[in-house]
Write a new protein. Structure first.
Length: 368
């Protein structure tokens, strides 16, 4: 099989519902009213502090705040993003011969989300796979799809991702008596959304970017998971799950704040070395982190290490919240409509997933 160039010919994203101002997030997700007394007091004290540290002005959720019903599923959000990407690529769903779904929380354990998306888009035949991961999920899907197109196995790929953070952030789904401060804080920055990319070996007039390089590496060996949800195959007893709060998303925020800057910097250095990235050629760096506090540290260090004090950074954290894997596609979708790019411009993205410290990135060249 011969190596071929790979192009991103379509980009699409979807954020559900109306933008929810930071001060109204708890009205949508539901108020915490039955947590331990000490935590109830802490919530009131730390809310304004978190507003400043997180830097989030608006978030999006697939919840009707009046009826409390879900307004979207992972699959329905993906379909909306995918249709936008297909339209941008000038393709029909039937043109796709590889479909990859990437995300952390599927609509159902079986069948996989990839075939549900295939069905919803009415794709008669295609190869498909699902990738289970959080922030790095879409990067993994991009690498797999790009490599399979480059080696000639497939011609057109649809890579999709979604996240319904609101599913595990709603007040009525918590066992509030065992809630922790870290679990409450997650409600202020995680959000819902979806994204889609169409990749092709054909440099058609619709091609937007050439995929120059992708990067994946797991560096968490020997480090305890710092984000986890313990409900699963070995913890299935309903009463035990609820009583112990194993369905709550858990994150060790102190460990993340300590480890993330160092590991992210090492990861970016490794990506540069392994891909041969010329940092002086980078037009924009897509900073894929969930808080403005961490982002500021990364921006400062990257500008210093790359000897480029004017390096541009881009994120949609302030106006979309952080929907995990879809965040980078949402940012990329908005970026190409908000910014003027010239042929040959290089954009770079990098992310560290704190669940078990996986790292990923990509390098794209603008072609039209």
């Amino acid at each position: 099989m011969n190596e071929r160039e790979v192009y991103i010919t379509g980009i699409g994203s979807f954020s559900p519902g109306d933008p929810v101002p930071f001060d109204q997030i708890e009205n949508v997700l539901g108020r915490i009213t039955d947590a331990p007394p000490r935590l109830m007091k802490r919530i009131e004290r730390i809310r304004p502090i978190m507003k400043e540290l997180l830097g989030i002005e608006y978030s999006h959720y697939a919840i009707d705040p009046i009826t409390r019903e879900m307004t979207e599923s992972n699959v329905s959000m993906v379909v909306k993003a995918a249709n936008k990407a297909l339209d941008a690529a000038g393709m029909k769903a039937a043109d796709i011969d590889l479909l990859i779904y990437a995300g952390i929380l599927f609509d159902c354990a079986c069948p996989p989300s990839s075939v549900l998306v295939q069905d919803a888009l009415n794709i008669p035949y295609c190869a498909e796979m699902s990738i289970h991961s959080n922030c790095t999920a879409i990067y993994k899907a991009l690498q797999v799809a790009a490599d399979l197109i480059a080696n000639g196995r497939y011609r057109n790929a649809l890579v999709v991702t979604s996240q319904l953070s609101s599913t595990f952030l709603r007040a009525e789904y918590f066992n509030q008596k065992v809630l922790t401060e870290e679990q409450v804080i997650l409600r202020w920055f995680l959000s819902d959304g979806a994204g889609a990319l169409v990749l092709s070996s054909d440099a058609s007039p619709n091609a937007r970017f050439k995929v120059k390089q992708t990067y994946l590496e797991s560096v968490g060996n020997g480090i305890a998971p710092t984000m986890r949800m313990e409900f699963g195959a070995t913890r299935w007893n309903y009463n035990d799950v609820i009583n112990n709060g194993w369905h709550h998303l858990v994150q060790d925020l102190n460990a993340v704040m300590k480890l993330a800057p160092e590991l992210a910097q090492k990861g970016m250095d490794a990506m540069i070395q392994k891909t041969g990235l010329d940092v002086e050629s980078v037009k924009c760096f897509f900073c894929n982190v969930p808080t403005v506090h961490l982002m500021d540290q990364i921006i400062k260090k990257t500008r210093k290490n790359w000897k480029n004090p004017n390096l541009n950074f881009y994120t949609k954290l302030a106006t979309r919240g952080y929907p995990g894997a879809p965040a980078i596609i949402i940012a990329l979708d908005d970026y190409i409509t908000e910014t003027s790019l010239s042929s040959g411009d290089i954009i770079v993205s990098f992310v560290t997933e704190s669940s078990k410290w996986m790292q990923a990135g990509f390098i794209l060249e603008f072609v039209s």
